[in-house]
Design a protein around this ligand. Structure first.
Ligand code: PMP
Length: 436
C-alpha cells in the first residue's frame, strides 16, 4: 500500500473541477483492463484511460520497446538528423490510412495535431495563390483541443469565450442532427441533407474564403454524437465542389475505436487530412500525428523556395525516438492480436449492453458506435452536477470512465471480455439507479 501523498498539491491542475482539487481520486498502478488505487483496489477501465489505451495498460511489449530505445538512441533533432524508426512509423501509419493519405507529420498531442493541420490547410491554399481562404468551418459541440487553433474550432462556447479576439476566425455549423439522436445505436438514418449546414456557412462566408471544414467523424468527448448515414459523404462532396479541404479529427476515433483503423474507413469517406493521437502509443508516451494527402504536401513543397522558412512548422519533440518506438510496439500489438477486428466483433455485445440501461429512470438518451457510447442523464437542475457525481460514485464502485456534463462516455478497451462488459454494465446500472 502506497502512502497517501500530501493533498495540498502544488502542481497546477488547471481544472474548474473543485471536487478534484479537494478530493483527488488517485490511481497508483494499472495492468491490462484495470487501474488500482493506492490501497490496491481494482477499478475497471471502461474509458481506456482517456481513449488512449485500447490494448490495455502497461503492456510489456511497449515497456520493453521504450526501455530498449532509451538505451539505444534517446533523442535526435528530427529536422536535422532523423532516425530510422520515424520513417518506419510513417510508413506503418500510411499503411493503415485510406488510399492517398500517405504523408505523416509527427507532433506530441491532439491539440498540436489540430493546430498543425490548420496551418497545413492555410499553407496549401497560400501555395495555390488562394491566400484569402482563411475561414475554418467546424461544428457546434465539437472538441478539438486547447491550443489557439483547436480552441477556436471548439464548438463549446465556454471554451472559447475567454479567448475571444485572439483565436482564429471559425464558423460553427449547427449540425442539427445532433439534437435528434435519441436512443441511437449505430448510425441514425436521417439523410444527408443535414450536411447543408455547411452550405449555409458557405453562403455566409463565400467558398473562396473558406480553408477547411474540420469535424470529428464521431464527436467523442462532447458526448458521442454519431452522424446520420450520408452526412460525412455529403460534407465530402460539398468540400470537393468548393475547393474546401476536409479534415477529420480522429484523435479519439483513430486506431480501431470505430472497428476499422480509422473512422474514415468505417464511414467510407476519405478526408484530405486526418489528425490522430492518444492510442497511437496505446497511451504509453505522448505522441500524435497529422496525415495529409500527398497533393497537399507536394503543393506546399513546390511553392516554398529552397531554404524558405515561411511555411516552417515543427516541434523539438516531433518524431521523438522513444515515442516512435512506443508507437511501433503498439501497432505491432494491434496487428498481432487483431485488435481492430476484436473491436468490431465486440461492438454489438458492448452496444447492446449499454442499450439495456435505457429503462433506468434517469437515462434520457443513449448513443453509440463501434466501441464508444454515451449515456445522457437527466440534469438535476444544475447542468453537469449529476455527471460529476456519477463519475465520483463510479470510481468508488470500481469503474473508471469520463463524463462530460451529464453524459457518461464509455470507451472500453478492445481487450475487454464479455465478462468485463457485463461487470461494467452492472456497476453502471446500480450506480445510476442509486442517483435517482
Ligand atoms: N481533438 C479531439 C477530437 C480530442 O478528443 C482531443 C482530446 N480529447 C483533442 C483534439 C486534444 O488532444 P490533446 O488533449 O492530446 O491535446
Amino acid at each position: 500500500v502506497l502512502a497517501l501523498p500530501d493533498m495540498q498539491h502544488q502542481w497546477l491542475p488547471f481544472t474548474p473541477n473543485r471536487e478534484f482539487k479537494a478530493d483527488p481520486q488517485l490511481f497508483a498502478r494499472a495492468k491490462d483492463q484495470f487501474y488500482f488505487d493506492l490501497a490496491g483496489r481494482p477499478v475497471l477501465d471502461a474509458g481506456s484511460g482517456l481513449f488512449t489505451t485500447p490494448a490495455g495498460h502497461c503492456r510489456d511489449e511497449i515497456a520493453e520497446a521504450v526501455h530498449r530505445q532509451l538505451q539505444e538512441l534517446d533523442f535526435t533533432p528530427g529536422f536535422l538528423r532523423a532516425h530510422p524508426k520515424s520513417f518506419e512509423l510513417a510508413r506503418r501509419i500510411a499503411g493503415l490510412l485510406p488510399e492517398g493519405l500517405d504523408r505523416v507529420f509527427f507532433v506530441n498531442s491532439g491539440s498540436e495535431a489540430v493546430d498543425t493541420a490548420m496551418k497545413m490547410c492555410l499553407a496549401y491554399h497560400r501555395a495555390r495563390g488562394e491566400a484569402g481562404r482563411t475561414v475554418f468551418v467546424s461544428r457546434e459541440r465539437a472538441y478539438h483541443g486547447v491550443n489557439f487553433g483547436g480552441v477556436a474550432l471548439s464548438g463549446m462556447v465556454n471554451n472559447r469565450r475567454a479567448f475571444g479576439g485572439t483565436v482564429h476566425g471559425v464558423s460553427h455549423m449547427r449540425a442539427t442532427w445532433q439534437e435528434a439522436t435519441r436512443f441511437q445505436i449505430g448510425q441514425p438514418d436521417q439523410g444527408a441533407e443535414l450536411a447543408d449546414d455547411l452550405i449555409a456557412a458557405i453562403r455566409v462566408h463565400g467558398a473562396e474564403n473558406i480553408a477547411a471544414c474540420v469535424v470529428e467523424p464521431i464527436a467523442g468527448s462532447t458526448g458521442v454524437l454519431v452522424p446520420p448515414r450520408g452526412y460525412l459523404e455529403r460534407l465530402r462532396d460539398i468540400c470537393t465542389a468548393h475547393g474546401i479541404l476536409l479534415v477529420f479529427d480522429e484523435v479519439i476515433c483513430g486506431f480501431g475505436r470505430t472497428g476499422e483503423a480509422f473512422a474514415a474507413q468505417s464511414f467510407g469517406v476519405t478526408p484530405d487530412l486526418i489528425t490522430m493521437a492518444k492510442a497511437i502509443t496505446n497511451g504509453a508516451v505522448p505522441m500524435a500525428a497529422v496525415a495529409a494527402a500527398r497533393f497537399i504536401h507536394d503543393t506546399v513543397m513546390e511553392a516554398a523556395p529552397e531554404g524558405a522558412i515561411e511555411f516552417f512548422h515543427g516541434y523539438t519533440w516531433s518524431a521523438h525516438p522513444v515515442a516512435c518506438a512506443a508507437a511501433l510496439a503498439s501497432l505491432d500489438l494491434y496487428e498481432r492480436d487483431g485488435l481492430f477486428a476484436r473491436a468490431r466483433a465486440l461492438s454489438p455485445v458492448f452496444l447492446e449492453a449499454v442499450a439495456s440501461l435505457r429503462d433506468l429512470p434517469l437515462v434520457t438518451d443513449i448513443r453509440g458506435y463501434g466501441m464508444i457510447a454515451g449515456i445522457d442523464l437527466a440534469s438535476d437542475g444544475k447542468p453537469g452536477r449529476r455527471g460529476q457525481l456519477l463519475q465520483k460514485k463510479l470510481y468508488d464502485n470500481g469503474l473508471h470512465l469520463k463524463t462530460t456534463g451529464d453524459c457518461a462516455i464509455l470507451a472500453p478497451q478492445f481487450i475487454f471480455s464479455e465478462a468485463h462488459i457485463a461487470r461494467m454494465t452492472e456497476i453502471l446500472r446500480s450506480t445510476i439507479a442509486s442517483l435517482a
